[in-house]
Each structure stands twice: as C-alpha cells, then as structure tokens.
Design a protein around this ligand. Sequence first.
Ligand code: NCD
Ligand code: ZN
Length: 357
Amino acid sequence: MSSDMSLNKLTVRQPDDWHVHLRDHHVLHGVVGFTAKVFRRAIVMPNLDPPITSLQAAIDYRERILSSLPDGVRFTPLMTAYLTDDLATNVLEEGYKKGIFTAAKLYPANSTTNSSEGVSDLKAIDTLLETMELLDMPLLVHGEVTEPQVDIFDREEIFIDNHLYPMLLRHPGLRVVLEHITTEQSVQFVESSPFKLAATITPHHLHINRNSMFNGGIRSDFYCLPVAKRERHRLALRKAATSGKDCFFIGTDSAPHLRRDKESSCGCAGIFNAPYALESYAEVFDQEGSLEHFEAFVSKNGPSFYKMPLNESSISLVRRSHVVPSTIDLSNASGALQQLVPFHAGEKLSWQVEHSS
Ligand code: NCD
Ligand code: ZN
C-alpha cells in the first residue's frame, strides 16, 4: 500500500468482493458494472430464482454476467453452489475440480431472500460437508437460525452456539466463512477459533446500527439480513475489520432490490452498496485511524483465505468530498425506468475511487 504524505491518496492492490448479489437479466445488467469497475474478482451469490444448484446453471449464469460487463473491464466472477438437502455430492466434486464452483453457500431454509430451497437441517448435509472437507472447498455460511420464536436480533448468536460450533467440531478440516457478521459474539468466535474459520464484514454493518431502521420513521433502505444490531456490536465490527487480523475480510453483500420492492408493505431485505462500497469502507478505516490496515482487509486477507493469488493491478482512492446520488436508474426489458437506492444515498463521503477514464 502506498499513500502520499498528507494521506490524500491511497493506492492499494485491486480489491475483490467476497460476497455479492449480482441478480439476473436487466438488474444484472444495471448493477454489475459498479462491482466490476472496482473489484477484480467477486464471489457471486447463487440465490437466484431458481437457485444455482447445477454445473450448467452456474456456467450459464457466469456467461450472462460476463456478457453484461461494461467494455474494457477485467472482472472474474467466482461462482458458488447453492446447497440444498438433496444436492448430489458429485455436483460439488465435479464443479470444484473443474473450477466452475469456487465455494458452496449454505442458506438455512427460509433465512433470507430466495432461501426457501436452502438447508433444513445442517446434519442432513453431513455427507456434502465431508466431501467439501476432503476437497478443501470453502463453505460460505449465512449464520442465522430461522425458528420464528427466536428473536430476530438473537438469530446469529444462537446459530453459532447451536449449529456452527457443532458443525465445526464434526468437520474440523472444513474451510468456512461466516458471512456478513453482525455481532460482537461472532467477532469473538471467529478471532478465537481454532478452526479454519474467517468472516466477511459488510460496509453497512460498519456504519449503521438498528436505530437506523427507525430514524424518524421506518427506513427500508437500512433493512437487510442479518439485521443490523445494537451500537456495541457495530463498534466491535469496526474494531475487527480495521484490526488487520487475517480472519476478517471484505464482502459487501451488495443486495439490490428495486425501490418499489423495498418500500412495500412487506419490503425486501438487502442493501445495494456496490456503487460506493470501497469508499464506504475507506471512510471507516479513516475514522478509526487504521488506513494502514485497509489493504489487508480489502485486497489481501480474502485471497489468502481462498488460496488465490493477490491481484497485481492497483486502484487509488483520493480524499475528495462527494455526495452520493439519491437513486440509481435502471431500465427494464421494455425500456421502463426503475430505481434502486444506493447505500449512503444523499450523504457526503470523503473518499472517492479514481477511475481511469
Ligand atoms: C440478500 C439478498 O437480497 O439476496 N439480502 C440481504 O439482506 N443481505 C440475501 C442475504 O445475503 O441474506
Ligand atoms: Zn448476501
């Protein structure tokens, strides 16, 4: 990492995004450029409808992503398999060995967007997990229990105790990413773990706490899963992300939903942060006085965990105040205008990515 004397410019190896939802069709077309212009690689989530559960579906989706890229960008989508109770082990085995799947994603059934076909009981997929352990294929975990009687703010903590820890004891060799962590318990569990366990942290969980969803009225823009927690959890996440520890790395969880689908009587979970994700993280590292650990978090810890080479290309951010647009327009297949609301809409950010024109 290099920075000039006054810390007005930050140059780092090009980062990767280890957790992103790119969606499909016209939404994919409208959002993929925001990720691809900044990140060299990204782990693409498989929760489409229907989900990505076969090699052919992954190959076809990858093709649709590549053909939606803006001209001239170098971007590698890393595909993931969506685990179900009855996914065949040879899909993972063949997919991983052929380099079609980089990892497999565990959604507890009905935990989040398009997860109804997810796993109903972790023990039911022990054979799949054994195969992944043997292959050294990473398992990416949405860590929340789904029992309706469990308070939504406790679902991550209970998942760790009742499901994740027992699973790690059964599969001590498995490489696992606990995705988008939101609590101090998760931070503590990951950093003190004797297992091959890491965690991604989103920009929004570093900026907002649960009050943000109710600030003067109901704020659907700040609703995502796992839901933002109390302020002390946000502070623990900021400390973890900016610590330089190699078990924590970037994963934006950018999850676009059309504005009308978020602002409905039963609004969708997900925050669309791709347009200013790197700036959003830079703001946090700057505020915490930890810019020296920025490159480790955004560009180094992820590739080391995934056993992939560091990117050779670099990217610069400059200290320049700018206001995030309040909406981003998309046009659907019939040309009608639709809107997405980006994270930080209408707010001032103090770092800006320098794009070569
Ligand atoms: C994600 C989505 O919309 O696909 N939503 C979210 O709130 N993060 C799913 C997920 O990652 O939970
Ligand atoms: Zn996600």
